[in-house]
Design a protein around this ligand. Structure first.
Ligand code: SAH
Ligand code: SF4
Ligand code: F3S
Length: 488
């Protein structure tokens, strides 16, 4: 196992190592020297802040950036008045982009008061050439811009911000590299995301992700297992396996392995209590996976199965490669095999050419599958995707009408589904002190439902048994009835 290196021991006099992981540690050691000098100049430890705008994969990337910043000597904070601020951006919908531009304006004013402040931008939005042009023209105060494919060389780029004046831009079109063993700083001590693959090959016609994240690449199973084993030793009890389409994991490895086989291996890791994963593309969900989930003691009773639309006609235009009937049959099979499972989904309203009849088809699927939760999005036109060039973009008023209708059914169904467990008991992983009431703890059931209950903060990271006394819409209020051994 490659351990996180002691940067003080690294030789900075010799040449830069060729192997990528070694090379990045070399740059971390060099960055550490710069940070030491900055500390002396400021008379305090400089601070850093990484803000995540996107999905769980984006959040995991942020943890890697924080890991490196912490490793080279920055103090980590969540306050954007820091000495080094990174925005890790998302571009899946236009409102994600707009938020970044808005917040950048605020950073500009912070920088006026702190001239030694450095601002970096990375993530999916940076893979779009029009964004880079705009930043170049109107956001000159940004010090560093890099993309999704070269995030592994952040340490090297960080050094350049100390060595070079002006805006540094380094964007790659694509990569086939996966660099292992760089430091990571987890947000939670007891749970962690794990990338099992990067990129996406599906090209759903509305989606920009394949363009900004590149082609699908799976990590070697041994690297994944080793990372999880290490996390478990550090106290992690729950992991979330991350990929845009986990069901096609492993297909392109030299020694191909299925996602279900990978899960079987992960299940064997002693000390690991819960396994989650996202996202599953319905077209690739195998019977083998359903079987593994059914037999597993660790895989959580939750499946996120994005529908996008319930209309076969729209699904075809979306290039989703399943029909309404195929999706319904799959959901039914999953519910039959694993009755206590929660199924959640993503829905897009307002895809080009969508009529109110199509929306009714979507509502029909929601009623039949009975989702435990669904994220409903208004279609956002992404330049460069096939859907952006389609005729019949839907008028705003119709989109709004469809969206409101879908949302109402989603909420009614989810409320009914969540209430199914009233009066039962459940194992809950305690995640945090309740934000509104600090006498309460907040935890998550295996099926992802939130439960609030009285208890001390020492229980955070533990699994406790809780009575589900009162269902309040989408969550429960409960009481701890049993603390497994060695608690308190
Ligand atoms: N790989 C995942 C989804 C990643 S993006 C999957 O296939 O399920 C997360 C969600 O954003 C998608 O499921 C979709 O519902 C939504 N989305 C993606 N592109 C969008 C767009 N152009 N407009 C609106 N919603 C979009
Ligand atoms: Fe986008 Fe489709 Fe890939 Fe998901 S599977 S990331 S929606 S292209
Ligand atoms: Fe956004 Fe990129 Fe994730 S576009 S949703 S951060 S993969």
């Amino acid at each position: 196992m490659t351990n996180i290196r002691d940067l003080e021991q690294l030789d900075l006099q010799g040449s830069v190592p060729a192997e990528e992981t070694e090379k990045q540690y070399y740059y971390m050691a060099r960055a550490r020297q710069y940070v030491k000098a900055l500390t002396a100049q400021l008379g305090r430890t400089p601070t850093c802040c990484v803000t995540t705008f996107g999905c769980q994969m984006n959040a995991r990337d942020s943890e890697k950036l924080v890991g490196i910043l912490h490793h080279v000597g920055y103090e980590v904070t969540e306050d954007e008045h820091a000495d080094f601020v990174i925005f890790n951006t998302c571009t899946v919908r236009d409102n994600a982009n707009q938020r970044v531009y808005g917040r950048l304006g605020e950073l500009k004013s912070y920088k006026k008061h702190n001239p030694s402040m450095k601002i970096a931008l990375c993530g999916c939005m940076m893979q779009e050439p029009t964004v880079i042009e705009k930043l170049r023209a109107s956001y000159r105060f940004v010090d560093l811009i890099f993309g999704t494919h070269n995030i592994f060389k952040f340490a090297e780029l960080l050094c350049r911000t100390f060595e070079q004046q002006g805006m540094i831009i380094d964007i790659w079109k694509d990569t086939d590299q996966i660099v292992e063993d760089l430091p990571v700083e987890r947000k939670y001590a007891f749970k962690s995301g794990i990338n099992i693959m990067f990129g996406c090959n599906n090209f759903c016609s509305y989606c920009i992700v394949p363009y900004v994240r590149g082609r699908e690449r799976s990590r070697e199973p041994k690297d994944i297992l080793r990372e999880i084993e290490k996390l478990v030793l550090e106290g992690v009890v729950e992991i979330m396996l991350l990929g845009q389409n986990v069901n096609s994991y492993g297909k392109n490895l030299k020694e191909p392995i299925s996602f279900a086989q990978l899960l079987r291996e992960i299940e064997k890791i002693e000390g690991l209590k819960r396994i989650r994963f996202m996202t599953s593309h319905p077209k690739d969900l195998s019977d083998e996976l359903i079987q593994v989930m059914k037999e597993s003691k660790k895989i959580c009773r939750h499946l996120h199965l994005p529908l996008q639309s319930g209309s076969t006609r729209i699904l075809e235009r979306m290039n989703r490669r399943y029909t309404k009937e195929q999706y319904l049959a799959l959901a039914e099979k999953i519910r039959r095999e694993i009755p206590d499972i929660a199924i959640t989904t993503d829905i897009i309203v307002g895809f080009p050419g969508e009529t109110m009849e199509d929306v009714e088809e979507t509502i029909d699927v929601i009623r039949r599958v009975k989702y435990d939760n669904a994220f409903t999005f208004i279609y956002s036109k992404r330049t460069g995707t096939p859907a952006a060039a389609m005729e019949n973009q839907v008028p705003e008023a119709q989109v709004k009408e469809g969206f409101d209708k879908v949302l109402k059914v989603v909420q009614d169904t989810a409320r009914e589904q969540v209430a199914r467990y009233q009066g039962r008991i459940a194992e809950v992983l305690v995640e945090e002190v309740n934000e509104q009431d600090d006498s309460l703890l907040t935890g998550r059931m295996s099926n992802n439902t939130l439960v609030h209950f009285p208890g001390p903060p020492e229980l955070i990271g533990r699994i406790v048994t809780v009575s589900l006394d009162r269902c309040q819409g989408f969550y429960y209020m409960g009481q701890i009835i049993y603390k497994s051994k060695n608690l308190w």
